[in-house]
Design a protein around this ligand. Structure first.
Ligand SMILES: [Zn+2]
Length: 108
């Protein structure tokens, strides 16, 4: 398991755009400051799924599914936390800085 530095994770968080990540998968309509679409996490025909660009969070009024970009990738794309973070580092071209564990330092 790779751990990333707080600095690189913060930089990533600043660049991530949840709407950009979700929109290729789910049709979203803009309404004022939000986007609405059909929830991918439960069966329905109503647009109960809301994306909040300001906080990069999603929320479903019907099934209470909520989360951020990483949890969307983990649930919808079935990625592990590690895979989701790596994917976002690549997409947003943020240099990922890894924290070396004590074991790695000892070997050097
Ligand atoms: Zn839902």
């Amino acid at each position: 398991m790779v751990l990333y530095t707080q600095k690189s994770l913060e930089e990533l968080r600043k660049k991530v755009n949840l709407h950009e990540i979700i929109s290729p998968h789910i049709e979203l309509k803009k309404e004022e400051d939000f986007y609405f679409g059909k929830c991918p996490f439960h069966q329905n025909n109503e647009e109960t799924f809301k994306v909040i660009p300001k906080s990069n969070m999603y929320y479903c009024q019907e099934c209470n599914a909520k989360g951020d970009t990483i949890s969307f990738l983990m649930i919808y794309q079935k990625m592990s936390f590690q895979q989701a973070v790596e994917f976002l580092f690549l997409v947003y071209e943020v240099q990922s800085e890894e924290i070396l564990s004590n074991k790695n330092l000892e070997n050097k």
